[in-house]
Design a protein. Structure first.
Length: 316
């Protein structure tokens, strides 16, 4: 893999020359490792744009900025668009409409920022071998596409970027190896799969700032407890979902009417099929107690024991 990294750095240098390169940095494994590799090759000719839409998990946006601006010294532009995304999602409950709104808004913001850089010729993408098979986008074509399962939308063909896809013939585990060789922290290299629309599709119903904070804290608690217990090595994905229903509960000496949190953990080899992870009862109990004690407005925790099929990994 060391030879692969060295060879790719030289290839990218020759490929780009003196041209400017842009990368939509999502914080995911693929785009993060791709941006770091290209930065090693061309340095300040790479311009990374990170659109913070306010839909990421606990402190992830801060982690992206810290990792790439402070540690990796990458030329990074951070766009705070949290309020704009929330305003556009107001009143929207249909998951496909959420995805469309988030994707189109991301495109507009990215396009605006890319134009400010001026005379950009290339776009970096963390396309993997499995992505290339299903996407139908071949190396060297000028149609720049950021696939919805990676980021949040697709870039219009009129952009005319040429593509840099250093991992087009690699699998995810190989990209993780490259990330480690490039010095990326383990929390970035081993970041779990995360939907492009982020927490917006882990909230069933309308997305609000209050609901985002609830599901963000529930997700934080669940991930911390699973990792503390060592079950992160046995489950490929685990997260929290906030439905739009409420139920009666008793907390302290008072009656409550609060949200439930649905806990989801799956074991899978390829994500085409998946089984629910058989988490120990004592671990589930600790997660439940912490979620209901620490998060205001939540009075139940439920564990999803549905496999794929008939369910899917995500709820929306």
């Amino acid at each position: 893999m060391k030879n692969f990294v060295s060879k790719k750095i030289e290839e990218i240098k020759d490929q780009v020359g003196f041209d400017k390169v842009v990368c939509a940095l999502s914080g995911g494994v693929d785009s993060s490792v791709a941006a770091t590799l290209v930065n090693k090759a061309i340095g300040k000719k790479l311009y990374c744009i990170f659109v913070d839409q306010g839909l990421m998990r606990h402190r992830e946006a801060e982690q992206v900025v810290k990792t790439f601006k402070s540690y990796q010294k990458i030329n990074l532009k951070v766009i705070d668009a949290k309020n704009l995304f929330l305003s556009k999602l107001k009143g929207v409950v249909d998951p496909e409409k959420k995805r469309k709104i988030i994707g189109e808004l991301f495109i507009r913001i990215f396009e605006k920022e890319a134009k400010k850089i001026g005379d950009v010729k290339w776009l970096v993408q963390g396309t993997l071998y499995t992505d290339a098979i299903t996407s139908g986008v071949s190396v060297g074509k000028t149609a720049a596409v950021i696939k919805s399962h990676h980021n949040v939308g697709g870039l219009p063909k009129k952009f005319g970027f040429k593509l840099i896809e250093p991992f087009r013939y690699l699998y995810k585990d190989e990209v993780r190896q490259v990330g480690r060789l490039l010095g990326l922290p383990e929390e970035v290299v081993m970041r779990q799969p995360f939907p492009g629309p982020g927490l917006a599709v882990r909230i069933i119903g309308e997305v609000t700032e209050k609901k985002l904070e609830i599901v963000r804290q529930a997700d934080r608690i669940m991930r911390q407890e699973i990792e503390k217990a060592g079950w992160h090595k046995k489950s490929q994905q685990y997260f929290a979902v906030l439905p739009s229903i409420k139920s009666v509960g008793v907390q302290g000496d008072a009656r409550t009417y609060g949200y439930p949190i649905i806990i989801r953990a799956v074991t899978t080899k390829d994500f085409m099929t998946a089984d629910w992870t058989k988490l120990p009862h004592d671990l589930l109990a600790r997660i439940s107690v912490k979620i209901t004690n620490e998060i205001k407005g939540v009075n139940r925790a439920l564990y999803d024991i549905t496999s794929k099929p008939p369910g899917t990994v995500e709820w929306e």
